[in-house]
Design a binder for this molecule. Sequence first.
Ligand SMILES: C[S@@+](CC[C@H](N)C(=O)[O-])C[C@H]1O[C@@H](n2cnc3c(N)ncnc32)[C@H](O)[C@@H]1O
Length: 270
Amino acid sequence: MGSLLSIEQLYCKAPFLAATQTFLSPTLSYLFSKTRKTNVMSKASTSFAKSCYKDAFPLVVYCTNHTIKQTDLQKELDEVTKERSPWPYMSGAPEVLTFGSNFIKMINAKRILDIGTYTGASAFAWALATPEDGEVYTLDVSFEIYECFGVPTISQAEEFKKIKPMKGPALKTLDTFISEGQAGTFDFAFIDADKPNYVNYYERVMVLLRSGGVIFVDNALWEGRVMDTAKYSDEATLGIDELNKKIFEDDRSLSALVNLADGLHIAFKI
Ligand SMILES: C[S@@+](CC[C@H](N)C(=O)[O-])C[C@H]1O[C@@H](n2cnc3c(N)ncnc32)[C@H](O)[C@@H]1O
């Protein structure tokens, strides 16, 4: 008997599902609508929001209109991610990716750690920003979504060859890099995978980065939930809040918590 398709495989093999869910069973239809509910979230009343949210705060839209720079393939990947992938808003906000690309160029970063791949938007942005001999190690537990939605678009770019997918729990991959003697050899890191492990990722990345290297921690505001951990005491919110506090007090780095998209904590390794 054939095995059941995962939600990722369903979306990949039948992209029209995202647009027309009418023939689905009520249960599946409910599940899809739940996973895509951020599509219609209104953020008009908050100043912390990705610019791509519908009704984003006007000041946010103004800032991002004067920040985001994307190639045609990046725009195409955004469209595919938004229209067809199961969790469209998992993708890094274009304003964060532009900002990170600027840092990569300014510090001449060549070796990049990209923790959390999804469709590959961040990995692709870093690949475009690094020089010809750049290497972008993108870490994820699964590359089904990347291969289905990201690779067909981004493989058209020459820079695609710089992306090196590393499959498995990110902590394990980072520990392997450390045990292989790669400490101090990376220039830039983007932390954007499971939030309860944020502090653990930061600690490993601090070892793997060279002095002068830069860390971007995405979703550092978590839609504002980090401001009220009594009310939002889930593992993800607590994990992010713990890392925000740790970075602020960490004398191994200089840092700034920035109200960009869903929050960005930047740390510069001394
Ligand atoms: C927010 S998405 C990454 C988005 C991506 N950085 C971008 O900007 O397009 C988070 C990803 O982390 C992956 N993930 C979750 N837990 C993980 C773990 N323990 N180790 C590695 N990857 C994990 C998920 O599979 C998902 O693809």
